[in-house]
Design a protein around this ligand. Structure first.
Ligand SMILES: CC(C)(COP(=O)(O)OP(=O)(O)OC[C@H]1O[C@@H](n2cnc3c(N)ncnc32)[C@H](O)[C@@H]1OP(=O)(O)O)[C@@H](O)C(=O)NCCC(=O)NCCS
Length: 172
């Protein structure tokens, strides 16, 4: 499929006009979530959900969810620049789900969604500077390439502390 990057747009799921069922990623569980639960969860105030659309091909490219979270400081090894301030918990933003449609994988679009999540975190009023994800076994390395670090005892839970230079680059 021809992808025109200028025609890719990230919108809130509440503004989505395309039929959700046209989206298909490699995970049936994530497809099911997107078709049946994502909008409901947003309505209930449980998460936010953002969708990348391809306005050129009129397709849904991918989606991800964001929700507030807390990390137990004892569950992680602090990375450079990170300081828990002596607190037991630090605030984080959870990328609960993330998926790219089968026809669009391998084009750095999953990476673009993570960058969008980082930008939103930097510009959110929460003050959190850490992202957290619960990765499926086969996607741990996708996150590791993006510099996410596994929790001490749980390799499928990973976090990313936003470094100063990235924060400066994306702050609006
Ligand atoms: C995982 C997923 C989001 C990746 O999306 P994508 O757009 O294909 O990823 P990108 O093109 O941005 O990949 C960036 C890099 O990660 C690599 N990568 C992508 N998926 C990977 C995976 N599952 N494991 C290891 N590396 C992976 C790519 O090869 C690429 O490497 P490069 O920088 O050397 O070229 C997508 O395959 C997907 O939706 N999978 C099904 C659902 C899922 O597993 N979601 C993860 C949330 S738990």
């Amino acid at each position: 499929m021809e992808i025109n990057n200028k025609k890719l747009k990230i919108i809130s799921i509440t503004d989505l006009k395309f039929n959700k069922k046209t989206f298909k990623c490699h995970s049936d569980a994530l497809n099911h979530y997107f078709y049946t639960k994502a909008s409901q969860d947003v309505r209930k105030g449980l998460t936010n959900c953002f969708v990348m659309i391809d306005e050129y091909n009129k397709k849904i490219v991918g989606f991800y969810t964001l929700a507030p979270h807390l990390i137990n400081v004892s569950d992680i090894t602090l990375v450079k620049g990170m300081d828990s301030g002596g607190y037991k918990h630090i605030p984080a933003i959870l990328v609960g789900r993330l998926a790219i449609d089968k026809n669009y994988t391998g084009n750095r679009l999953g990476t673009l969604l993570i960058i969008d999540a980082i930008k939103k975190t930097i510009n959110s009023p929460t003050g959190a500077k850490t992202l957290i994800v619960n990765a499926k076994d086969n996607s741990i390395n996708f996150y590791k390439r993006l510099n996410f670090k596994s929790f001490n005892e749980e390799k499928n839970t990973l976090f990313y502390y936003i470094p100063k230079d990235i924060e400066q680059r994306y702050r609006k």
